[in-house]
Design a protein around this ligand. Structure first.
Ligand code: ME8
Length: 518
């Protein structure tokens, strides 16, 4: 098994600004990267934009710009947005990048050489929104299910990738590898697509330049450009260094593709067949999430009901928004977005629960122990319970992250926060401090919650990187993340040395007072 963890997001269409949906996938990728890096693995995080295709030519024409200028402008906006939000990708790929053009032409050449490309006449219904021909199942009342617009009838001569010859192999591969496509519902969906009679056929992989010249030229016929999906999927190879970087295969061995369910078919069917034809091992995991909906409808550029990450940052702070995204969606299922839900969640978990634990602990450490982690006195069952709750959270977080269940990981961390808060309430050091005879008990109590906060901060770092860093700084261990190994390090009790200087600081997450939608 590869010791790399390489995570990819879809490369987004630069046809409008990034919204909550793109932000979600990119935040999950960032969180996983941070976790796996802290777990001592080598990581690579790839994201970018999908520049070619008709969708871009349409919006560019409407804006009075060339497709290349339009795509470059919006791509820069995506890249800058992720940078501003602190989402730490290793490469931002654009499908116009010269190494990508070379990689696509290389794969086309290999697949053509292998005899998997045929020239044919084709007739079908094309949805520009999906950038593919639709089957009956993709439509409701004659309209594309996702884009709610009528597909166009098209007939032209094109090159076809004879993908159907790989369907049996693919179905077997999916059956033999339970976590190849996850969660299971999407694995079953792909198996259903591959079943005979589902309407899935060979893939048209060219567009005549006479109709569309915004794309990568076919190396074996200069009158055609490559179909945008065939081009786009290959970004996952280019981005990891294919074909020339000596590390590309190692990175590829640990690849985790994150996508939304809208693009299951290209990733679940086209892509493994393309890899097979090109003689490349299948990806390791395809992990599919559901939709963020507003008023029960998918948030999308074409429906115009977007939630912008920039606006959410302005209003609530990005970490609050990030927390809500990770906590309120079960990976694989749809989730509803409203600002009320966000405010309720952030106030309950971050302001009241975690924020309160941090501020009580640090304030009392300042007041009763000169701002230093105290020497503990005698410890007993109550202290052991807090230590156990933190250690349990560490194991649960590790399992949950590896199963793509960020919401469960956060639930586990907050069970540890609850345990520490309950302990603090039970020991009530603010009362004990009034009795000089209970001085040792106060020290033990604050020592215990400081240790717990350290473990909690380490576990939170992949999910809330800024808040975790602030908390560690206030606990007097600003460099803890540089050497930490998860999950073990979060379980290490007594790792925060007595005598360490702590600071109080302002509220980690101020309570959001104003009602959400002003
Ligand atoms: O499909 N909820 O790009 P795209 C959750 N270029 N996630 C959402 C979402 C929503 N409402 N809306 C979008 C493309 N997403 C192609 C991909 S990859 C080789 C080519 C996220 O800009 C989710 O990750 O339409 C979804 O799969 C992706 O954005 C689609 O982005």
């Amino acid at each position: 098994m590869s010791d790399w963890f390489s995570v990819t997001t879809p490369i987004y269409y630069p046809n409008a600004e990034p919204h909550i949906g793109h932000t979600y996938t990119t935040v999950v990728a960032d969180t996983l990267t941070r976790y796996h890096r802290l777990a001592g693995e080598k990581t690579f995080f790839l994201t970018g934009t999908d520049q070619h295709g008709e969708k871009i030519t349409e919006v560019a024409a409407a804006a009075g710009e060339s497709p290349s200028a339009f795509a470059a402008r919006i791509s820069a906006l995506f890249e800058q947005t992720w940078r501003d939000l602190g989402l730490g990708f290793d490469r931002f790929i654009r499908t116009t990048d010269p190494d990508h053009v070379r990689a696509v032409q290389h794969v086309l050449g290999v697949v053509h050489e292998a005899g998997d490309v045929e020239f044919r006449e084709y007739e079908g219904l094309y949805c520009v929104g999906c950038e593919r021909f639709l089957t009956e199942r993709d439509m409701v009342d004659g309209l594309c299910r996702d884009h709610e617009r009528a597909p166009e009838p098209r007939s032209e001569s094109n090159y076809f990738f004879t993908m159907s010859k790989y369907f049996d192999w693919l179905a077997d591969h999916i059956r033999d590898h339970a976590d190849f496509i996850r969660p299971e519902r999407y694995r079953n969906e792909v198996l259903a697509m591959l079943r005979e009679g589902s309407g899935l056929e060979d893939l048209c992989i060219s567009r005549p330049k006479s109709r569309l010249d915004w794309g990568i030229e076919l190396p074996f016929d200069r009158d055609y450009v490559c179909y945008v999906w065939f081009d786009a999927l290959i970004n996952y190879l280019t981005g990891l260094g294919y074909p020339d970087d000596p590390d590309w295969e190692k990175r590829w061995g640990g690849v985790e593709h994150l996508i939304g369910k809208d693009i299951l078919k290209p990733h679940g069917v086209f892509w493994p067949c393309m890899l097979r034809a090109a003689g490349i091992a299948p990806y390791r995991h395809l992990s599919v999430h559901g939709y963020w909906n507003v008023d029960e409808r998918k948030v999308s550029k074409s429906l115009g009901n977007m939630i912008s990450p920039g606006a959410m940052r302005e209003k609530y702070g990005f970490e609050a928004f990030r927390y809500f995204l990770l906590r309120d969606m079960s990976y694989g299922l749809d989730a509803g977005f409203t600002e009320e839900l966000l405010v309720t969640r952030v106030n309950a978990d971050l302001a009241n629960n975690l924020g309160n634990l941090a501020s009580r602990t640090l304030n009392m450490t300042a007041r009763y122990c000169d701002g230093r982690v105290p020497e503990p006195g005698e410890t007993g069952d109550l202290e052991r319970e807090v230590a156990d709750a933190t250690a349990r959270a560490a194991d649960e977080v590790d399992a949950a992250v590896r199963a793509l269940e960020a919401h469960r990981a956060l639930e586990s961390i907050f069970r540890a926060v609850d345990a520490a808060n309950r302990y603090l309430d039970a020991r009530a050091p603010w009362k004990a401090a009034k009795d000089p005879e209970r001085e040792a008990e106060v020290r033990t109590t604050l020592y215990t919650v400081c240790q717990s906060l350290r473990g909690i901060a380490l576990l939170l770092a992949p999910f809330l990187p800024e808040a975790a860093a602030t908390l560690l700084e206030r606990l007097g261990i600003p460099d803890a993340l540089a050497t930490a190994r998860l999950p073990e390090d979060a379980k290490r009790w007594d790792a925060l040395a007595a005598g360490t200087a702590t600071t109080k600081g302002a509220a980690l997450f101020p309570r959001i007072e104003s009602p959400a939608a002003e």
